[in-house]
Design a protein around this ligand. Sequence first.
Ligand SMILES: Cc1cc2nc3c(=O)[nH]c(=O)nc-3n(C[C@H](O)[C@H](O)[C@H](O)COP(=O)(O)O)c2cc1C
Length: 461
Amino acid sequence: MTSQRMRLFAFDFQGPAHLSAGLWRHPDDRGANYTNLAYWTDYAQLLEQARFDGIFFADNVGYHDIYQGSADAALADAAQIPANDPFMAVSAMAAVTENLGFGLTGSTSYEHPYALARKFSTLDHLTDGRVGWNLVTSYSDSAARNLGTGQQVPHDERYDMAAEYLEVCYKLWEGSWQDDAVVRDADRGLYVDPSRVHNIDHHGKYFTVPGFALCEPSRQRTPVIFQAGGSAKGRALAAASAEAVFVNAVSIPALKKQVDTLRALAAESGRDPNNVHVLQMLNVVVAPTDEQAHAKYEAYRKLVSYTGAMARYSGWTGLDMSQFDPDVPFENVQTNAGQTMVDLFSKMDPDKKWTPRDIAEFVGIGGTGPTIVGSPTTVADELTRWMTETGIAGYNLAHALKHRDIADFIELVVPELQRRGTMWTEYDGSTLREKLYGPGAVRLRDDHPGLRFGVSTPAAV
Ligand SMILES: Cc1cc2nc3c(=O)[nH]c(=O)nc-3n(C[C@H](O)[C@H](O)[C@H](O)COP(=O)(O)O)c2cc1C
């Protein structure tokens, strides 16, 4: 094994189509099976046999109805809709695997922290310590309308809420039940020792939680914290709290800059910068030879749906892209949705003026991450280069075709990475946190701010 092992997650969505637009029409796409539990349990086993670190589920509690002022284009292309709740399939996937990790997206804007903390503790118990939380602040007005609040809280304030939300969760996970609270003493008739369970007494600006957590501590206590916000506020939260940051840089220099900035911010907030892992979102189109891979990619490109891509991009940015001529360069604007997605293209290549059509072609396959096309050797070379030149920990792999592309990656690229010693052939440590920090690192690392709220021994295994 080389000194820096490549971490690999499969990026997915509990719906027929995720980031790629129009590709569900390809005969090899398996997205229509998403309502079938066996589809997910088989997939979990496939990923575990290939020694993936985990599967990472995106989620959006709204739908994309910005493009042309309606959800029609999103519905027509299954653009992240229909969308099942990502939490439900996980215990079944965990039952057929022993080591695969599960990253789950959860919003700090639409669910009370007391309820979300309980869901994560429950799944951490049932998976024996294999869950992580992708903390998002959400970006869709449709979510705000349908979940009762009517209007989105402004972008930066959503991050202030998220910071307090995290504090409530840390208090519940780390601070309310002592490790020795569950005594199960039949002679004394005492299941839980009440003196070892503590009220968290949280009375904040956004949340009030006076009592204690409903769940006893799970193996990891706090799930692994992932974060993907790229705005100034998003980066600050990530640097202060995230154990892994999920990014979508479009070039090696842009990624390097992002990694360096995050690590500097982490150091400023008193953390060990090496404890902040970065996972890059990326898409791979592989075939036995470079020529075959490019032919496959061209076939995919022909299926990209312009309106499907624009429905997604308009939803991510909050900007109705139908108001722009597809072939006239698009000027950036500020939005109340996801600023990262808007800024992405202006920063990608300062010399290029991006038109809506260019953006659709780019995001139509695998969303806003870059796509590597080639033979197993070409792909392994590129994945290694991106990693060594930037200091990232690994990848969250998107796909054009659901199931097919990751299965091809497993068949063709994984053996090459394993042969080079970049990817492991056996797991070492079963919890998700151990996959980031090494065997024995089950609980939060001792530089993590969550431990400030703890009643248990810091960094105990
Ligand atoms: C690579 C990547 C993946 C993301 N995945 C999700 C997701 O699954 N669900 C979601 O609601 N937001 C997702 N987001 C959005 C962010 O986490 C964040 O809420 C949004 O980008 C707005 O914050 P920002 O302006 O700081 O980027 C993702 C962002 C990035 C960069």
